[in-house]
Design a protein around this ligand. Structure first.
Ligand SMILES: C[S@@+](CC[C@H](N)C(=O)[O-])C[C@H]1O[C@@H](n2cnc3c(N)ncnc32)[C@H](O)[C@@H]1O
Length: 356
């Protein structure tokens, strides 16, 4: 779909897609739900510690009847989480491998579960009345930016909850972005909407010469500072608290990034953010936009693992919207790369004119 209008480079990311193995266990809703139960009941941990366990011992332990235990075991076997050898079960090698990415696996399970609730209950509004859908959906209530201005115990705990989601996703998405662009040529970077600093951290860790500023809402910055405090790179990452739409942004950067940020905003505000970023960039500096693109439903099925991203259907844009805006602002060398991770992403890069 992204290639309909013009040429975009496709990037081969074979080496850094290993974490996507978790999606194999989230293809179908009910088997994935059974996996969530296996985590919740401690069965996964029990099998990690003891390697093997008998179905009869589970029946005795849970006292909920043979049928329920058998259903759980059958669903887990169907989902290739466990192998059942005549009543003795163990985790499969594929699932043990996916457990290397347990934070991502458990996160995707929880997110897909929440998104499924909204999609199943309100699918007609999802199609016919997106604004009503967004108002109703519990999923979007998680990301309440209005709570990020004042530091109260309640705001802190609610903000921490969704920052954990963005930080885990970014931990696994950042390597793909770094594989597509050489960050080694920059010294000072500004990440607008940079959240917990996770993206800046990944880049600073790879590039010891990089110094980074994360611009985000006040409470997000406070929590971001805590998120990074034990990292050796934290002395190269500064947080700037504010509202990127209304406050002045710091200046003098040779790289400015927007990662999964601009889709949150209607066109006019996304355009405002980009032109403010342009002013903060040194002449000759680079602006990067790394975003999810609309899903290509006609070519793929929609596995359960994609429900949390399908729910943003109305927000994701094609890269040409950003390219047009960058051209209007006088940027040069505008190039777009298409990156396939769990769904299509793109990276738009553009250089601010020298002497402007
Ligand atoms: C969808 S999250 C993406 C976070 C991060 N860049 C990532 O990729 O995980 C959007 C980020 O924009 C921040 N944000 C929202 N409104 C903002 C504003 N008016 N000014 C600055 N940051 C804002 C949010 O706090 C959040 O960190």
């Amino acid at each position: 779909m992204m290639t309909e209008n013009r040429e975009v480079q496709e990037v081969d990311l074979a080496g850094i897609r290993d974490h996507l193995c978790v999606d194999a266990f989230l293809q179908e809703m009910i088997p994935a739900r059974a996996l969530k139960t296996a985590f919740e009941t401690g069965l996964v941990d029990h099998l990690v510690s003891n390697r093997i366990c008998s179905v009869s011992s589970l029946e005795n332990k849970w006292k909920n009847g043979e049928k329920a235990v058998r259903l759980l075991i059958d669903l887990l076997a169907l989902n290739n989480v466990i192998a059942n050898h005549h009543g003795e079960i163990e985790l499969t090698p594929e699932f043990l491998h996916a457990l290397k990415y347990r934070d991502l696996l458990e996160l995707k399970l929880s997110m897909a579960h929440l998104a499924a609730f909204d999609l199943m209950n309100n699918f007609t509004e999802f199609i016919a009345s997106p604004l009503n859908f967004m108002r109703k959906a519990r999923f979007f209530k998680l990301f309440d930016y209005s709570l990020c201005f004042e530091d109260t115990p309640e705001n802190r705990s609610l903000t921490k909850r969704w920052m954990m989601i963005t930080s885990i996703l970014t931990r696994y998405e950042a390597p793909a972005c770094m594989a597509c662009h050489d960050f080694g040529r920059y010294g000072r970077m500004l990440d607008i909407g940079g959240n917990s600093g996770e993206f800046a951290l990944r880049i600073c860790r790879r590039y010891p010469g990089m110094v980074s500023t994360v611009f985000d809402l006040p409470l997000v910055c406070d929590l971001g500072r805590e998120h990074l405090q034990s990292e050796p790179e934290s002395d190269r990452i500064t947080f700037a608290r504010g509202n990127a739409l209304t406050d002045e942004l710091p200046g003098g950067f040779d790289l400015i990034t927007f990662k999964s940020m601009l889709h949150d905003w209607p066109q006019d505000q996304a355009e405002r953010l980009i032109s403010k970023a342009e002013k903060s960039l040194k002449p000759g500096g680079t602006l990067l936009i790394f975003e999810r693109a609309p899903m290509e439903i006609t070519r793929n099925t929609v596995p359960f693992s994609l429900f949390p991203f399908l729910i943003f259907l109305h927000s994701y844009r094609l890269p040409d919207f950003y390219e047009r805006q960058l051209k209007k602002l006088g940027f040069e060398d505008i190039a777009t790369r298409r990156i396939h991770l769990d769904m299509p992403f793109f990276l738009v890069e553009a250089r601010k004119k020298m002497g402007s």
